[in-house]
Design a protein around this ligand. Sequence first.
Ligand SMILES: Cc1cc2nc3c(=O)[nH]c(=O)nc-3n(C[C@H](O)[C@H](O)[C@H](O)COP(=O)(O)OP(=O)(O)OC[C@H]3O[C@@H](n4cnc5c(N)ncnc54)[C@H](O)[C@@H]3O)c2cc1C
Length: 336
Amino acid sequence: MIHIKENHSLKPYNTFGIDVKARYFFRANSLEELRDVLENHRDCFPFMIIGEGSNILFTRDFNGLIVQPAIMGISILEDDLEHCFVEVGAGENWDDFVRWSVESNLGGIENLSLIPGSTGSSPIQNIGAYGAEVKDVIKSVKYLDLESFETVVMSNPECNFGYRTSIFKTQLKNRMVITSVVFSLSHNPVFNTKYGNLQAEVEKMGGLNLEKVRNAVINIRRSKLPDPGILGNAGSFFKNPVVEAEIANKLKVQNDLLPLFPVSEEEAKIPAGWLIEQCGWKGKRIGSAGVYDKQALVLVNYGNASGAEIYDLAMKISDSVFDRFGIKLETEVNIV
Ligand SMILES: Cc1cc2nc3c(=O)[nH]c(=O)nc-3n(C[C@H](O)[C@H](O)[C@H](O)COP(=O)(O)OP(=O)(O)OC[C@H]3O[C@@H](n4cnc5c(N)ncnc54)[C@H](O)[C@@H]3O)c2cc1C
């Protein structure tokens, strides 16, 4: 028999540490429990799925049902001289899986070390860091379809992965629950240490192997990003805007120091953190909501901020970037 909790505090379930409540909350330990709770209760109230809440900002209590898929397990499906195909349950912590892969001498996700969250969420916004994206190692994603209540296996090309997006964040949003992901890891890793100061950090360790790359990524991340256990945050609050090359070039003429990263011949990516910093927001604080002093892209909760306060700050930032540069920032964090 399933036990749904009532008026359940979400403070431990979101890395911003926002103190809101869910009217109903259920942690599903198996596919059967997940199917049971959603088939029987989904239409009664608004519902949402939560992983580890590291990409969510709750702006008020959730007057409905929140379900956390806690399907666990890491199983090797197939192993040959080159690749190892591993199926990972949605509820497994992402970084625990990265550690497992490095300890098993399997390459492909070491650059994605220390990204918070569950493995089931990793395909949703196609998590990425240090020149790597999870789409490059995903073979398929298994989900529970919330119309047929059957499980569906979607191959990588069908997932429509893009920069911080996928079919799960667009067409299939609220229509499925990811239950497991199959990854293709490599016995012969190709190291990618070109991004930022990763190469220099790896060199400090002497030699190149999976463990050293993982440790280098962890060191850099710890030096740049606030630990949500100490200072509530959800990582990058906004996506880096991708704009038409013509617009980007015009902005570059007006702002000599503007960093531009070509995405294609027609488009370029601009670091949102740079735009926010230019508008004077870095290190600013309004009440308990603030902009992290080492990285303007990260909004932080200095203790008792409400989700609405953090959201208001985000909108003020976005308006000022628009007024100065004519660029509309899009949130990376899911606003609830
Ligand atoms: C300090 C910090 C650093 C970060 N750095 C990075 C980074 O470098 N790169 C990066 O890409 N991200 C980064 N993030 C964002 C975050 O870690 C990722 O987006 C992560 O994948 C979110 O996982 P989660 O389980 O916490 O998802 P949640 O925040 O719980 O959920 C995110 C969304 O996915 C939905 N969802 C969750 N699980 C499922 C499921 N099983 N099925 C269907 N829908 C589901 C939720 O409804 C919600 O809409 C960072 C966050 C923090 C706090």
